[in-house]
Design a protein around this ligand. Structure first.
Ligand code: AHG
Ligand code: MN
Ligand code: MN
Ligand code: MN
Length: 336
């Protein structure tokens, strides 16, 4: 009977956010409207990803983005979908996308009070072989709606109001935090609704997995090399950690969040700031990790305290189980 009641008491993402927002008396539902437009974009990309091979959506779009990456058709399509969904929501004023060189300033007639930084399609190198990919987003409140400038997005991650990602994998999972914990929702294709399936996600304090592209080992700095060495050859006789690396940040972070462990994209000689972009990869994932009881570190400082100077700035990142990140922090501390 209770199971029956539970089954019919559908906790959709919209209902869940409305509950959370009701704690903010000043909220006029703007955030919920913004989120519903982000959810719409995720549903569209999920359906495009599921039929990518059939709908001739794999392969290159024939353009190169400002990051010097060859854009995939799905990169371009999902970017257009999210830009249109966010602008039409009437709740945004500045957008930063990995696929747009400049920030997008929304026309005054459609301007709202939120800034959204997003990676419309994360893990593009995995599209053509059907491995999980995703979308990542972070949401800020602008400072002054009548004077919108780039400074509204060049804020430290500690000012973020909300962050999340959608992973297009064996199922479509949206993980979200609005600042009081992390919740996971799974798309029920028969309803077209994201249903709460992972309430109040907490990352294990310590994990048995490390996740890094070992192909860059030649160029790592000493603390990173030492940490990875300890994962493989533990000094205290404990069993070695397992290596799991998917190559889509969303998938590697999702596994880290649920199973524990640590994800690293370190600096190396070739890229002294690492590869991952601060505003739409490092900050949203660091926000989620901290909200789930984990940590996020750049090699020098707490990741969320970074203040980006340009919208596509990169940073090294070490994030995941608190104890594992502590180990990395002490290796960097003893180096300096
Ligand atoms: P994107 O596809 O949005 O450009 O991001 C790719 C990123 C991230 O998803 C992943 O963690 C990282 O690139 C993998 O980089 P390597 O292939 O260098 O390991
Ligand atoms: Mn890219
Ligand atoms: Mn990405
Ligand atoms: Mn991307």
């Amino acid at each position: 009977h209770a199971a029956e009641a539970q089954r019919t008491d559908l906790m959709t993402i919209t209902r869940h956010v409305l509950n959370e927002q009701s704690r903010h008396p000043e909220s006029r539902g703007d955030f919920t409207i913004l989120l519903s437009h982000i959810v719409l974009g995720c549903k569209f990309v999920a359906s495009a990803v599921n039929k990518a091979g059939l709908a001739k959506l794999i392969g290159l779009a024939g353009e190169t983005n400002l990051q010097g990456e060859e854009q995939k058709k799905l990169d371009v399509l999902s970017n257009e979908v999210f830009v249109k969904a966010l602008v039409s929501s009437g709740r945004t004023c500045v957008l930063v996308s990995e696929e747009n060189e400049e920030a997008i300033f929304v026309d005054a007639s459609l301007r709202g009070k939120y800034c959204v930084c997003f990676d419309p399609l994360d893990g593009s190198s995995n599209i053509d072989c059907g491995v999980s990919i995703g979308t990542i987003f972070g949401i800020y409140m602008i400072k002054d709606k009548d004077n919108v400038t780039l400074d509204d997005v060049l804020q430290p991650g500690t000012n973020m109001l909300a962050a999340g990602y959608c992973m297009y994998g064996s199922s479509c999972t949206l993980v979200l935090s609005t600042g009081n914990g992390v919740n996971g929702f799974t798309l029920d294709p028969s309803l077209g609704e994201f249903i709460l399936t992972h309430p109040n996600i907490k990352i294990p304090k310590k994990g048995k997995i490390y996740s890094v592209n070992e192909g860059n080992a030649k160029n790592w700095d000493a603390p990173t090399a030492k940490f990875v060495e300890k994962c493989k050859f533990p000094l205290d006789g404990l069993s070695p950690k397992s290596l799991r690396y998917i190559g889509s940040m969303v998938a590697d972070v999702h596994r880290t969040l649920l199973y524990g462990g640590v994800f690293l994209y370190p600096a190396d000689k070739k890229s002294p700031n690492g590869k991952l972009r601060v505003l739409y990869e490092v900050f949203p994932m660091s926000f989620l990790m901290e909200q789930a009881g984990g940590q996020a570190f750049t090699g020098k400082q707490r990741a969320l305290e970074l203040v980006p100077s340009k919208i596509h700035d990169r940073s090294p990142i070490f994030l995941g189980s608190s104890d594992d990140v502590e180990e990395i922090k002490s290796l960097y501390a003893s180096q300096s």
